[in-house]
Design a binder for this molecule. Structure first.
Ligand code: ADP
Length: 484
């Protein structure tokens, strides 16, 4: 059966992106459409999108929706992106025509509750009134997590037979928590502001509302699905997640190999593949030149591309690098985020001249060049719902060094455990020491080119394509839900 799937997300690649959420929703939409489903995506119209996509067409549609005591207006644009795939953009310039998506200069916008509660209401309005009736509404993260509750409420007010909802948690650490007063913006009855619903210690918690009311909950790796039901990883919501465990499914993200590949990639200096690995060396030498490191294939090059946030294990990485950079190795980082971590990397660069290159900011091309040019990729996350960069590293033949948590554990096979089948190096303990030990193993591997080659080829042959992943989502969508 061809399904009509409405995806809703606050960021969708290639229109907007701050992290893996955008990549995932953009790729899932494409993969569903390719699998023959009828897909529509709804996302905000951020600054610059109209200019970059002149084919955007205004839809004859006006939103006029209540927010507490006010009525808020917005317009709608659409773009036919591919066969079976249309994207809707909610146009509210005051909310969305801004320099950032959620924040500027590391400061969150003060009206984020209003912006995304309004967006969630637009999603519900489209789901209800579009003549194209979705069979399922799939929302992502806290920004759209109130959609299931809003749909339930509308059902009780006369929306007969609304579609089932699926919530994907991309990162439980971001819950959309706001002062209690923000709840009024939802116009939901007070019965939704309880501990069984959206209330969290007297505050509004958007993600919690989604977990409470979505028909299905997915998260982006099987191990993370198990982890978030524990106190250690549950970010305060483990109790509710345990209650809803029968509805919770972990599906590892796929990779958009049309974007992330080494054979047809405009960002790379030279194409290469598992059978023609020589081109990878060219990418390494060019990368070294580009970032100002001594140009040589004889020294192993380690890289990181990351949001500079606590989650990503930057603290243990800085510690491990301070210890290991005395050996023969180079390191390049591309990141943006917390200023104290930027300082940490800058200090390293000063301490180890000619060994460390730092680039702060967001740079898609450089991200590809680092993935292609490095020998090893460091991803020592404290927790990692799925992680995409290790999946990209695998395809690029860049051996990932990861902490065994969440999607990192699910996607990388450790060299020490099985040298023949290995695709990377794993460590468990969240300490600089443990990471330094893993880096030491990488140095040993680097000095055994034959073994390194086996590992690279194993990695490049791993297949995390969306064609496989999408089947798991279709299974979830097809589960007929009992009316509750
Ligand atoms: P998260 O979503 O937690 O940030 P993921 O590994 O799931 O982490 O996805 C991160 C995505 O963002 C990847 O596509 C990665 O290449 C990209 N990325 C992160 N930081 C940067 C940056 N500074 N410049 C370019 N791309 C970046």
């Amino acid at each position: 059966m061809r399904m009509k799937v409405l995806l809703a997300s606050s960021e969708v690649y290639p229109f907007s992106k701050t992290g893996g959420l955008a990549d995932m929703v953009g790729a899932l939409a494409q993969a569903l459409a390719k699998a023959g489903q009828d897909v529509r995506v709804v996302t905000p119209l951020y600054q610059g999108i109209k200019k970059k996509y002149p084919d955007l067409r205004k839809v004859d549609w006006k939103f006029n929706l209540p927010m507490e005591l006010n009525w808020i207006h917005a317009e709608l644009w659409e773009l036919n992106l591919a066969r079976g795939l249309k994207v809707y953009f909610v146009d509210h310039p005051d909310f969305f025509d801004r320099a950032g998506i959620y924040q500027e200069a590391s400061v969150s916008y003060a009206d984020n509750a209003e912006r995304f509660i309004f967006f969630a209401k637009c999603v519900v309005h489209l789901a209800r009134y579009l003549p194209w009736r979705p069979d399922v509404v799939h929302v992502h993260d806290w920004q759209t997590a109130l959609v299931p509750a809003l749909i339930l409420q509308q059902r009780s007010e006369g929306w007969g037979n609304p579609p089932p909802t699926c919530l994907t948690i991309h990162n439980l650490a971001y819950q959309g928590v706001f002062p209690a007063e923000a709840f009024a913006l939802t116009n939901l009855p007070e019965t939704y502001f309880t501990t069984e619903s959206c209330e969290f210690f007297g505050l509004l918690n958007c993600l919690k509302g989604g977990i409470a009311h979505a028909d299905f909950i997915t998260t982006v790796s099987p191990r993370y699905a198990r982890e978030i039901t524990t106190e250690e990883f549950g970010c305060g919501l483990d109790g509710m997640l345990r209650e809803r465990e029968s509805k919770l499914i972990g599906i590892l993200n796929g990779v958009d190999y049309a974007e992330w590949n080494t054979t047809q990639n405009p960002h790379l200096f030279k194409p290469y593949s598992a059978s023609r690995l020589a081109g990878k060396k060219v990418n390494k030498l060019e990368l070294q030149k580009l970032v100002g490191l001594p140009v040589t294939d004889a020294v192993p090059l380690f890289g990181t591309i990351s949001r500079l946030a606590e989650q990503k294990g930057i603290d243990i990485q800085l510690g491990a690098l301070a210890e290991m950079l005395n050996t023969k190795m180079q390191f390049v980082v591309l990141g943006s985020g917390a200023p104290e971590y930027e300082r940490g990397y800058r200090d390293l660069a000063r301490q180890f001249p000619g060994k460390v290159a730092v680039r702060f900011g967001y740079d898609e091309a450089l991200a590809h060049q680092i993935e292609a040019g490095c020998d090893f990729f460091l991803m020592p996350s404290r927790f990692e719902p799925c992680g995409l960069n290790q999946l990209y590293s695998l395809r690029y033949g860049t051996i990932p060094i990861v902490r065994a948590t969440g999607g990192l554990d699910d996607s990388v096979l450790d060299w020490t455990q099985n040298a023949k089948a290995a695709t990377g190096i794993k460590f468990s303990e969240y300490t600089s020491r443990s990471l330094a030990k893993a880096i030491r193993k990488a140095l040993v591997l680097f000095n055994q080119p034959k073994l390194l080659r086996v590992c690279q080829i194993n990695a490049m042959k791993m297949d995390f394509s969306w064609e496989q992943t999408v089947e798991h989502y279709l299974e979830v969508y097809r589960k007929r839900v009992e009316p509750s």
